[in-house]
Design a binder for this molecule. Structure first.
Ligand SMILES: *Cc1c(COP(=O)(O)O)cnc(C)c1O
Length: 636
């Protein structure tokens, strides 16, 4: 046997069975991987994420951190274009393929600037749903790439679309209601013949499924009914606008996990396309099928979310539209897609430093036995002393029962707070010992009690700011430690953020369990990475407890290493306060005045405190872990 191969076999048998890969082969395939004991980026020089994080922290970026990987944006865009190209060739499909990125999925500058740069070679455009997004598109979109304008529009938004057309953009305004068409008629005379292309959003009777699907269906918020479509066509003809009508559009919802409703929607839309052409829409040539291409967020072999591949998605679209075109004898439509989640999700990773394990203070030294201890406490101590590999599970069960009884005794006033403290310490010590003794056993044996022995990990981030869909939609994002991946993950974990809100928790879920390492944070750092967070989370995040969008860095990877090419700092406390309508001067003056009026300090002290306050106002809100790093001490 080849030497290299033998080595590989050995390492597999040593770690293969017991090492937790956190589902990285499902959600991170071809994007992230594990090498030695670390998570790496699976690209070119394959850097370890922990090395990137450590470099950023050395440069002063503490607290939570967003990593952006532009090569992953490129990878997703290129995958979409190449898959559709291949499928079109297979079917000999005549219509063109186009794609636009819906800005609502992530409007952050650190993302969009990458996107338009990368999108240039594909002619990849932007989709907008508001005046602010339209302004962004007009400022940054590539000239060769399309802009589509969806959502409810007022007259100003229609005027902006005309201006974009005048600037030379290939822009299509999708009409959501007849009044928007009236706005176009109203403005066309002011722009001497330059008129944006017009699309009509159709209301389908077929709808999406799942928690995100409120955009499709006969009762949906959007789209023209059959009657309104007929009225619109009449109006377009009457005002000589019919030649600008080029597109129909629908969007059945985000994260379409089951392909069936999309196929239904495509059949319906394909037939509407053919009918409208028969009604005289001579330049109608495109169907924009919206977004919805799903992302596999699952960390678990037995709970895949998506039941189709990109190849299947593309094939279904091309096949169905070709089939209808053939049967209805119309030309094969150009295809537009507006996938956002699929393009943006994987490019961003959220890094959260673990601040604390809640049971860390429980050590043998902390026990304070009395002369006479309650018998159950003495029994707990015996369990702790005598626990071994054979009896570990049984002793663990006994200790949990003892704890419940002792806590009841406390509630009834039979034992005091010292007894209670000894109980908590002993049970935690027993749990830790048992988990070490049982670490080679199948976790199934332990699974029944994992919920009760869970460790709480406090993370330096805000769930509301950085993972709002976990809070609002109970969405799971893949999460895993950045290193120690050759060590046994013994602790069933729940994750807590630093807001003062009990909703800021990702609880331990026995169906989808998360196990982490038992670490001593006094001796080493421990970081968790939340993956696939590049779609929807950033602008939807809220400033609960006034925690701001975290520090972010842009990382470019080459054959030799990687480079942090851009750093955008989180907002200072004073900027956040200004954002919620406080006047900076007033805050500074109030603080200054109150310090000045205080009789508890002399002039010199007041001066120093004013300086300190200034430092705090210009710093951010996240927790500083190392007291010696606190800038206030350095500057003094
Ligand atoms: C939100 C939205 C999209 C993006 O959907 P994804 O699921 O992110 O692909 C596309 N088109 C329209 C009209 C939307 O409202």
């Amino acid at each position: 046997m080849d030497k290299k191969f033998r080595h590989k076999r050995r390492s597999l048998s040593r770690y293969g069975k017991t090492m937790n890969r956190y589902g990285i082969d499902i959600w991170g395939k071809n994007k992230f991987d594990i090498k030695d004991d670390k998570v790496i980026v699976d690209y070119k020089s394959k850097p370890a994420i922990i090395d990137i994080v450590n470099e950023a922290r050395k440069n002063g970026l503490s607290g939570p951190l967003i990593l952006r990987f532009p090569h992953l944006i490129d990878k997703q865009i290129s995958l979409i274009y190449s898959t559709f190209k291949k499928v079109k060739n297979e079917f000999n499909y005549k219509g063109k393929f186009n794609a636009v990125f819906p800005l609502k999925v992530n409007q952050y500058s650190g993302f969009v600037q990458n996107l338009v740069k990368i999108g240039k070679k594909y002619g990849y455009g932007l989709e907008v749903g508001s005046k602010a997004e339209l302004i962004l598109a007009m400022a940054y979109n590539n000239k060769n790439a399309p802009i589509t304008v969806n959502g409810f529009k007022d007259n100003e938004m229609v005027i902006l679309s005309f201006i974009a057309a005048k600037m030379g953009y290939n822009i299509t305004v999708t009409i959501e209601g007849i009044n928007e068409l009236e706005s176009i008629v109203e403005n066309m005379k002011n722009f001497d013949g330059t008129i944006p292309d017009i699309g009509l959003r159709i209301r389908l009777h077929s709808s999406g499924i799942g928690i995100w699907a409120k955009s499709g269906g006969i009762n949906s918020k959007f789209g023209l009914t059959s009657l309104e479509l007929i009225t619109a066509i009449d109006m377009l003809k009457k005002y000589n606008l019919i030649k600008y009508f080029t597109m129909i559009h629908f969007h059945i919802g985000s994260q379409i996990e089951n392909i069936a409703p999309l196929k239904k929607a495509l059949r319906e839309a394909g037939n509407i396309f053919a009918e409208l052409k028969k009604m005289g829409a001579e330049n109608l040539k495109s169907i924009d099928i919206g977004g919805g291409l799903a992302v596999e967020y699952s960390q678990n072999d037995n709970s895949f979310l998506r039941n189709y591949s990109l190849k299947e998605y593309a094939s279904d679209i091309v096949y169905l539209l070709q089939d209808i075109a053939k049967r209805k004898n119309v030309e094969e439509p150009d295809i537009f897609i507006e996938s956002g989640r699929f393009v943006a999700a994987s490019h961003a990773v959220l890094i959260t430093p673990v601040l604390e394990l809640f049971s860390k203070e429980y050590s043998e030294k902390a026990l304070k036995f009395k002369k006479n201890n309650p018998p159950l406490v003495s029994e707990l101590f015996d369990l702790y002393k005598d626990i071994n590999k054979q009896n570990a599970l049984e002793f663990l069960h006994d200790s949990m029962d003892h704890m419940e009884s002792l806590l009841t005794l406390f509630d009834l006033g039979y034992i005091d707070i010292e007894d209670r403290s000894n109980t908590e310490i002993l049970v935690n010590l027993i749990i830790k010992k048992a988990l070490i003794l049982l670490k080679d056993k199948n976790t199934n044996e332990l699974l029944s009690i994992q919920d009760r022995v869970q460790e709480r990990y406090l993370l330096n981030f805000s769930l509301f700011q950085s993972l709002p869909d976990t809070w609002g939609l109970h969405q799971n994002f893949p999460v895993m430690p950045l290193d120690k991946l050759n060590q046994k993950d013994t602790r069933s974990a729940s994750l807590w953020d630093i807001t003062c809100d009990s909703d800021g928790e990702i609880s331990f879920n026995i169906k989808n369990p998360l196990f982490l390492h038992d670490v001593n944070l006094e001796l080493e750092d421990y970081f968790l990475g939340f993956f696939l967070v590049g779609a929807y989370q950033e602008t939807m995040g809220i400033k609960h407890n006034l925690f701001a969008h975290p520090n972010e860095i842009n990382i470019e990877i080459n054959d030799l290493g990687y480079k942090i090419t851009n750093t955008i700092k989180t907002k200072s406390i004073i900027s956040i306060l200004k954002e919620i309508e406080y006047n900076e001067e007033e805050i500074r003056e109030n603080l200054c005045k109150k310090i000045d009026e205080s009789e508890k300090m002399d002039e010199k002290k007041k001066e120093r405190i004013n300086k300190m306050i200034n430092i705090f106002l210009n710093d951010d809100s996240y927790l500083k872990t190392d007291i010696t790093q606190s800038r206030f001490f350095k500057n003094e």
